[in-house]
Design a protein around this ligand. Structure first.
Ligand SMILES: Nc1ncnc2c1ncn2[C@@H]1O[C@H](COP(=O)(O)OP(=O)(O)OP(=O)(O)O)[C@@H](O)[C@H]1O
Ligand SMILES: [Mg+2]
Length: 326
């Protein structure tokens, strides 16, 4: 909430977007890591940033969290100017970076206390809260061991807690589940969701389509420093139509163009795309039940056949002809 005083009349303007950017760029010499992005991140949302390695996700997060200075463009974060009001922004945000920043010679409890002290939180306020957080992340029983003795997954969970101890309005999680097993990943997902229920805005980068799909209210897909699509997971997947995706390999890649043309003559096949050097992905209504008709139409031998509903990966394949992960 921002108070503006104009000619004795007090106006209250409610901030609609936690973040707005206009043509935001970050260049490292010739590398255009972030190449002119326009973002509008609704306040209170859990906003996903999905993209392959090197797409510019972390660079965007590092700019918006005031770690890096932009090369060009403008942005507001919680209503403050990203170039001129950096100190105000710093006080209101929490950042869980992709690279772990756990102090190895401190215990989990000490690591969190240290961050709380750096934010000027009173001891009586952070002590109980630290233990509550450690419990939520299943770290309480190891809370007094030096963090250098933790597994990679434990360090990552501690890293997440260190970003939230001061209960920031806006949280950046950069690949918070990288390297976690499915069970720990679920613990972190639930934890992140619980923060959103407290009305924080959360920005989450990931190259996991499941994570982006499961968690995001809205998401944006990055590729080569640019935004290539934005929407809710349902909207993005809906763009591909209602069919299933049938993916397969063919022995003779030169034939692929002909195969797609031929298969597209079947009335239930809505489209086809090349994927890499050998694969084809078809979108077909009721694909699973009609696989034999497709095989008859393809005429050449098909390998590695799989059928799936639309995923965010299919959205990425449709836009780029590549997978999120190679
Ligand atoms: N400090 C830096 N100096 C030079 N180049 C950099 C620097 N930081 C990032 N880059 C380059 O910018 C591009 C985007 O990197 P970034 O880390 O933002 O990608 P990412 O989407 O987070 O990838 P990942 O999924 O692997 O974390 C890459 O080409 C990377 O090599
Ligand atoms: Mg990254």
């Amino acid at each position: 909430m921002k108070w503006l005083e104009t000619n004795q009349i007090i106006l209250v303007t409610k901030l609609e977007y936690a973040i707005e950017t206009h043509g935001l760029k970050k260049y490292f010499g010739k590398i255009h890591a972030v190449d002119g992005i326009d973002l509008r991140i609704p306040k209170g949302s859990l906003y996903g940033v999905l993209g392959p390695n090197g797409a510019g996700k972390s660079t965007a997060i590092r700019m918006l969290s005031t770690i890096l200075y932009p090369t060009d463009g403008s942005a507001t974060v919680l209503g403050y100017d990203l170039r001129n009001e950096r100190n105000k922004i710093k006080k209101l945000i929490g950042v869980c970076p992709q690279e772990l920043v756990v102090y190895p010679r401190l215990t989990a409890r000490e690591n969190i206390h240290l961050i709380a002290q750096m934010h000027g939180i009173a001891k009586k306020d952070y002590k109980e809260r630290t233990d509550e957080l450690l419990g939520k992340m299943n770290l309480l029983n190891r809370a007094d061991s030096l963090s250098k003795t933790y597994s990679g997954g434990m360090k990552r969970r501690l890293n997440v807690l260190m970003a939230v101890i001061h209960e920031p309005e806006l949280l950046f999680f950069d690949e918070p589940t990288a390297g976690l097993d499915p069970q720990s990943r679920r613990v972190v997902w639930d934890f992140i969701k619980s923060f959103q229920e407290r009305k924080s805005t959360i920005i989450l980068t990931t190259h996991s389509m499941e994570e982006a799909d499961d968690l995001s209210d809205k998401l944006t897909i990055f590729d080569h420093g640019k935004i290539i699509a934005t929407g809710t997971p349902q909207e993005l997947k809906g763009r591909l139509g209602e069919g299933d995706n049938i993916e397969f390999k063919v022995a003779n890649p030169e034939m692929r163009e002909n195969i797609i043309e031929r298969v597209k003559t079947l009335d239930f096949v809505r489209g086809g795309k090349h994927l890499g050097k050998q694969r084809i992905v078809l979108n077909a209504l009721g694909g699973l039940r009609r696989i034999s008709e497709i095989m008859d139409s393809v005429k050449v031998e098909m390998y590695d056949i799989s059928v799936r509903e639309n995923t965010l990966e299919d959205v990425f394949i449709d836009l780029t002809g590549r997978r999120l992960r190679n």
